[in-house]
Design a protein around this ligand. Structure first.
Ligand code: C2E
Ligand code: MG
Ligand code: MG
Length: 525
């Protein structure tokens, strides 16, 4: 039986009682008249009662129609309240209801496991291909998730890119992990949507009810926090909530709450790490590295907040803040190039190039001095679209560097298709240089292939003289690493020896208020 909305229920009861009373009255009158005068036909006293009876029959039909309509409306309202319109899956209200029911029954719920699933890469698809394609992808993902889960549990859609599985009969973390594994494996299957081939990844946070669930909202929140942890702090794609996580998730939720405000209130600062040209042994560029100066927690590194920005959909905003600050700081130092890290979503955003042009104009920064650093996942996710954007950027005179080369999936064979000028060889290939012949041989073969393809090279993470000695056997590299300098605050960069031979344009007017000291005041050692 369905649950009736109270107002409708009252109205229907009233109308039905009226109709039934009139009908009973009319029938009683007809019987009485028939008993007194005999027969209906030709009996004038029966006519008004027949009229009343017909009316009541009509009224009853009306009530039945209203009832049927109410039932339909109610079904639709219930559907909208408890089901997601795009996928037809039950939503978060249904999940809470389901968990509440289990708790109300007073049973121990140790066998319930909750998995929060985040879809990675959906944002890029939305911005690059449009929300229509994104929605199609979501529908395919929902079907595949349902198939992967089978009868181990029920799938719910919680928000745009988050699903949850409420799994029954789960007693151990390894059982949760088995479900998670089946889901994570789906990332290898291409999705055809709107004529495009798309790929998405999966991040999962899970929680196991180890005691009776007394606080359903808290239980759901734990799964969500585990997911946030997976997305922002972990190298794993699956994390189970535990008390050990409590501290970091507390910090994480503090950061989550503060990040939006950080962008509004200018808490984001840019540090600069020098890049050294091996030929001249002098500074040739600086890499802009974001730091969040949190009012209570102090300096927070990008490892903690870059992925958080992505999870909160604030990537573009953050990226534009860094670009603007970096360009306005480095612009007046003539002869110094600038490298800025750009995340995948930001690069693929339809307004990226327009915003970038505006920033360059506003800060008077020549595009030829700018290098944008991208990572392999941009190219992996949307190779055609990414190359199109990169080509347009290069037409503007901006250079492109592929960052952290060797840490992702991109094989060397991909290189020739990439619209990049420079490859930054990741520090993991640098660690063994100067002490391990295998590491050196590996490094040399990577360099050979990159140079054959015509790309320039920056070597990241140089920390020791032994590494540098080995690197000096090659030519044409740019060097970056703690051996030369850690990332510096702007004021430290200005006061460093690095800038000794560079001209600073004394007339260069900074385009906007800069919280850092004006460059034209100091450019000496
Ligand atoms: P990345 O682009 O590869 O930047 C280089 C990172 O390596 C920096 O870490 C730098 O401090 C560190 N590093 C440099 N030399 C050495 C060395 O000799 N030894 C070691 N152990 N580390 C070295 P940082 O500043 O913590 O940044 C980490 C990553 O965060 C960056 O890696 C970049 O991917 C990302 N990131 C930083 N700023 C931004 C930003 O504004 N936007 C975006 N999207 N990502 C950013
Ligand atoms: Mg970088
Ligand atoms: Mg790097």
């Amino acid at each position: 039986m369905f649950e009736m909305h109270q107002m409708q229920y009252k109205r229907i009861v009233m109308l039905t009682s009226c109709a039934l009373t009139f009908a009973a009255f009319a029938i009683w009158r007809i019987f009485q008249s028939v008993a007194e005068r005999g027969g209906i036909l030709g009996n004038p006293d029966v006519a008004p009662d027949l009229y009343i009876l017909s009316c009541t029959i009509l009224m009853t039909c009306g009530v039945v129609a209203i009832l049927a309509r109410s039932y339909e409306d109610h079904k639709q309202i219930t559907q909208a309240e408890r089901y997601d319109q795009d996928t037809g899956l039950p939503n978060s209200a249904s999940l809470v209801e389901r968990l509440n029911k289990s708790v109300k029954n007073g049973k121990t719920q140790s066998e319930i496991g909750l998995l929060a699933i985040g879809i990675d890469g959906l944002q890029s698809i939305n911005v690059a291909r449009g929300y229509g394609v994104g929605n199609q992808v979501i529908r395919v993902v929902a079907e595949r998730l349902n198939a992967a889960i089978g009868n181990s549990g029920t799938l719910y859609r919680i928000s745009g890119d988050t699903f949850m599985v409420c799994a029954n009969g789960i007693e151990t973390e390894s059982e949760l992990a088995q479900i998670a594994e089946r889901i994570i494996e789906l990332r290898d299957e291409p999705i055809l949507a709107g004529g495009f081939t798309c790929f998405v990844g999966f991040a999962i946070g899970a929680v196991l009810a180890d005691e009776e669930i007394s606080d359903v909202q808290g239980f759901v929140r734990k799964a969500e926090l585990a997911l946030l942890h997976t997305r922002t702090q972990s190298t794993e794609k699956f994390v189970v909530y535990s008390n050990r996580l409590e501290h970091s998730t507390n910090r994480l939720s503090d950061l989550e709450a503060g990040f939006r405000q950080a962008l509004e209130t200018d808490q984001l600062e840019v540090y600069f790490q020098p890049l050294i040209d091996s030929a001249s042994n002098s500074i040739v560029s600086v890499e802009a590295l974001a730091r969040w100066i949190h009012p209570q927690l102090g300096v927070i590194k990008p490892q903690e907040f870059v992925r958080l920005a992505e999870a909160l959909g604030l990537n573009e905003k953050m990226g534009n803040v860094v670009l603007r600050k970096a360009c306005s700081a480095i612009g007046p130092i003539k002869g110094l190039n600038l490298a800025v890290n750009i995340s995948a979503n930001h690069l693929l955003h339809p307004e990226f190039i327009r915003d970038l042009k505006q920033i360059l104009e506003l800060t008077h920064f020549p595009p030829e001095r700018l290098e944008l650093e991208i990572t392999e996942n941009v190219v992996m996710d949307l190779p055609v679209r990414a190359n199109e954007v990169l080509r347009n950027l290069r037409r503007l005179g901006i250079s492109i560097a592929l960052d952290d080369f060797g840490t992702g999936y991109t094989g060397l064979s991909y290189l020739k298709e990439l619209q990049v000028d420079r490859i930054k060889i990741d520090s993991k290939f640098v660690v063994g240089l100067g002490k391990s012949p295998e590491a050196e041989a590996m490094f040399a073969s990577i360099v050979e292939i990159i140079q054959q393809r015509g790309h320039k090279i920056t070597v990241e993470g140089i920390e020791t003289m032994d590494q540098l000695k080995f690197l000096e056997t090659f030519e044409g590299f740019w060097y970056q690493g703690f051996l030369f300098s850690k990332p510096l605050k702007y004021i430290q960069l200005l006061r460093s020896d690095f800038l000794n031979n560079l001209a600073v344009d004394p007339d260069d007017q900074l385009a906007e208020d800069h919280t850092e000291p004006k460059i034209k005041l100091v450019a000496s050692s």
